[in-house]
Design a protein around this ligand. Structure first.
Ligand SMILES: Nc1nc2c(ncn2[C@@H]2O[C@H](COP(=O)(O)OP(=O)(O)OP(=O)(O)O)[C@@H](O)[C@H]2O)c(=O)[nH]1
Ligand SMILES: [Mg+2]
Length: 302
């Protein structure tokens, strides 16, 4: 399967929930009349685009396309609206001059951090880069084992300490090791935390300081992993993580498992933090670079 097909299949649930009812309606209507626009707005809200953006999209459509629209015409018009909202959300990673490029990977429990760390390790390795993983989730023994196993699976070295060890110390060791050996990337997996737990948020700030001290700069990428099935509710979490570490990018996971893929729009609009990758499955290959044009097309086009 090509990259676009993988994206399309990852967004299938959202697209079908959205397009199938619309298709029925279009059979009985010609053009963008008020009822159709109203239904479209409802469907956008169901896809978790949020009331404000749904209204904005529908308003723009009403202004720009008054003539009778065929179903394909409507899809193309929608694609343009979605694209124009997401256009600025993509960004490429630019590694710093001094190795390693450090990723701090954060998020609430179960959002997909550890899997994403392994997927990224796999991706960078397949691009010929050297990668080191750091198991800074020392909270549970199982979390360390999970990263070690994934590291073995993708053939990437993992630095870990015992359960209960200081995450800052793990990161310190890993970074020193990566600097000495000239690794291209160091990916730090952290414990899932509720955004409301102050000590855990303080722990992230501490990891950040450890990197700052040793590398002379903060982690190059501070990445929040968001579970798409949570939809728009992810926004309040994201704001608090942003305050704690100053996010540089997002990874939105589990898009394959939800009809709420539209939440990507308000998340970008509200946070203004670029979307770097999206997760469309559990496999190591199921992490795709976010591309606004492809995403818009895969979301609304049959
Ligand atoms: N379908 C699907 N499942 C995913 C995706 N990303 C992660 N998962 C699954 O989500 C579950 C949780 O993933 P983890 O990577 O362990 O999540 P985590 O954030 O590290 O969890 P904690 O460390 O417990 O906070 C696992 O079963 C993953 O396989 C994705 O893009 N699609
Ligand atoms: Mg984890």
């Amino acid at each position: 399967m090509g990259l676009f097909e993988r994206l399309r299949s990852g967004l299938r649930k959202t697209r079908e929930a959205f397009l199938s009812p619309l298709e029925e309606t279009l059979k009985t209507r010609k053009g963008l009349d008020r009822d159709l626009l109203y239904e479209l707005e409802e469907l956008l809200i169901l896809a978790d685009v949020g009331p404000e953006l749904a209204e904005e999209i529908v308003r723009n459509l009403a202004e720009r396309y008054t003539d009778s629209l065929t179903p394909t015409g409507l899809e193309a018009a929608l694609e343009e609206e979605v694209f124009s909202i997401l256009e600025g959300a993509e960004r490429a990673i630019v590694p710093p001059r001094e190795k390693p490029c450090v990723f701090l990977i954060v998020g609430v429990n179960g959002s997909g951090k550890t899997t994403t760390a392994a997927k990224l390790a796999h991706k960078f390795k397949s691009q010929g880069k050297s990668v080191l993983l750091a198991a800074a989730d020392t909270f549970r023994a199982a979390a360390i084992d999970q990263l070690v196993e994934l590291g073995e699976r993708v053939g990437v070295e993992v630095i870990s300490h015992r359960p209960g060890a200081d995450p800052g110390a793990v990161v310190h060791d890993a970074l020193e090791h990566a600097q000495k050996r000239g690794y291209d990337f160091l990916l730090v997996d952290t414990a899932g935390r509720l955004q409301t737990k102050v000590p855990l948020m303080a722990e992230l700030a501490k990891i950040r300081r450890v990197v700052e001290k040793l590398a002379g700069r903060p982690p190059d990428e501070r990445i929040l992993v968001i579970d798409a099935t949570v939809g728009q509710n992810a926004l309040s979490q994201a704001r608090l993580f942003h305050e704690a570490v100053g996010l540089t990018g997002l990874v939105i996971t589990k898009l394959d498992g939800t009809a709420k893929g539209g939440a990507v729009l308000p998340i970008w609009r509200e946070l203004g933090v670029p979307i770097l990758w999206i997760g469309v499955g559990e496999g190591m290959e199921d992490l795709l670079e976010f591309r606004a044009r492809d995403f818009a097309r895969a979301l609304v086009r049959r």
